[in-house]
Write a protein of this length. Structure first.
Length: 471
């Protein structure tokens, strides 16, 4: 941290913490968190359903890889702009804009589905499929602006020593989102079809927007004074990140899990849909996603320890191990347990990064730092997804299903029609483990860990100095 910047990220004249008690601020944060959860559930529900629908109708993993990769690529391209707007405007105003924009896009998708014959929408050689997909994805991506704003409201509303716990609760709510989303998406596509799924998403989006209009944030008396400029402040975002020693390395570390995430994005649904019906796959994924809730709840209860970066890298290595082994055999129970354990570790990685940023970055710059981090990390997944989907479709899967390939893979991966996907998971997991272990040996890891410890100690000393002695 530079000497000119305050140690406390919440030091700003735009915040009046005397308006309400910590307990009242915590209740407001809970309301914002629940509202964001409903919005996330809705957007994820629709694009999960889109992925299921497209694969079931086309049996093409390139299509699912492109959908997942395009979603993450759009997030990567737009997150710096999102962070810039979060820094320049009041947080609730940003959230309301994002909600309204998403609602308009979902209306457009419904109109297009109603007016376009379904065979034309499913023809990848026609523009209608790509237009329909992009409308849904853009609506879902803009909703992510709310997640950046949510991270800054933790700084505004939650006491410093409870922010790791609050970030754990964010992870727990995201786990609930996965459960509800996967169940609803599978059941909607299987029982209602894609048309009614769009209608349900539109209704839920409208409900979330209406509830958001009832929320208030009196602590934020005005938009924080910020040096953010324009609508895409890349220079300011980079400066905000580089102003804090080792912060870019932290973002790089948290990107590790996104590389293997790109593999899962492209191939996890095809693997599951080969093993289960679409309705059952939604339920299975929901069961696995309960691990997300447990992971977030444990962080909410116990925090992340004295060194969140160390905790993050241990979690990343364990995620790589799970990715390598949970498809070694085409057993349903192994796949479910693997997903469950993997999901339990995701909140650890996300909460660790958020906790460090909230502690060391001043509030007027946090939006751009969170946006830059989201852009950088999100770019990893689509790169992997775009690369692995065609490789798997045209080379690995045909090889694994050939008589020679099946015979060669059987000792390691057993038998089954999805052994090609299992091979990709195994290699990606091994790479993930190696990268995480190497990171422990770098000077940057030691420097970031020391910087966090020093900032935490200074903050504790200041808190003790401000506390009046008894008597």
């Amino acid at each position: 941290m530079t000497e000119q910047e305050p140690a406390s990220a919440a030091s700003t004249d735009s915040i009046d913490l005397s308006v309400r008690s910590p307990a009242q601020r915590s209740r407001t944060f809970t309301g914002i968190l629940v509202n964001t959860a409903l919005a996330n559930i809705t957007t994820s529900y629709l694009w999960f359903a889109l992925t299921f629908w497209v694969y079931l109708e086309t049996r093409n993993v390139i299509a699912t890889g492109v959908i997942g990769g395009a979603y993450m690529l759009l997030i990567a391209l737009s997150s710096i702009s999102f962070g810039t707007f979060v820094d320049r405007y009041r947080k609730l105003a940003v959230m309301r804009f994002a909600a309204a924009f998403t609602m308009v896009m979902f209306v457009l998708s419904g109109v297009m589905f109603l007016l376009t014959p379904e065979p034309a929408l499913l023809d990848l050689a026609q523009p209608w499929f790509w237009i329909f997909t992009m409308i849904i994805l853009i609506g879902a991506v803009v909703e992510n602006m709310r997640n950046i704003a949510l991270s800054t409201t933790v700084t505004i509303l939650i006491e410093p020593d409870r922010r790791a716990n609050a970030n754990g609760l964010v992870g727990m709510v995201q786990g609930l989102m996965f459960i509800v989303t996967s169940v609803l998406s599978g059941l909607s596509v299987g029982l209602l079809g894609m048309g009614w799924t769009v209608v349900v998403a539109l209704i839920l989006t409208a409900l979330a927007f209406a509830h958001l209009l009832t929320l208030r944030l009196p602590e934020e008396v005005k938009a924080a004074a910020s040096d953010a400029q324009g609508g895409f402040d890349l220079r300011g975002s980079w400066a905000a990140v580089m102003a804090i020693s080792g912060l870019f390395a932290l973002i790089l570390f948290s990107t590790f899990n996104n590389f293997i995430g790109g593999v899962y994005m492209a191939l996890m649904d095809p693997y599951g849909l080969e093993m289960f019906s679409v309705e059952m796959w939604g339920v299975v994924f929901a069961i696995g996603a309960t691990g997300f809730i447990l992971g977030g709840a444990l962080i909410g209860k116990f925090g992340l320890g004295s060194n969140p970066l160390r905790t993050m890298l241990i979690a990343v290595a364990l995620m790589g191990l799970l990715g390598a082994v949970f498809t070694l055999r085409e057993w349903a129970w192994l796949y479910i347990v693997g997903i469950w354990l993997y999901m339990a570790l995701v909140p650890v990685v996300e909460a660790a990064e958020q906790t460090v940023i909230q502690k060391v970055v001043p509030l007027p710059r946090q939006g751009r730092v969170f946006g830059f981090a989201m852009a950088f990390e999100s770019a990893a997944a689509p790169i992997t997804a775009f690369l692995i989907a065609p490789i798997a479709q045209f080379w690995i899967i045909p090889y694994a299903r050939s008589s020679e390939g099946a015979r060669q893979l059987e000792p390691l991966l057993g038998e089954g029609i999805s052994r090609g996907i299992a091979l990709v998971f195994l290699v990606a997991g091994i790479i993930m483990i190696a990268v995480a272990l190497i990171a422990f040996l770098t000077p940057v890891y030691r420097r970031v860990s020391a910087s966090y410890a020093q900032t935490a100690a200074e903050e504790k000393e200041k808190e003790n100095a401000d506390t009046p002695s008894p008597g």
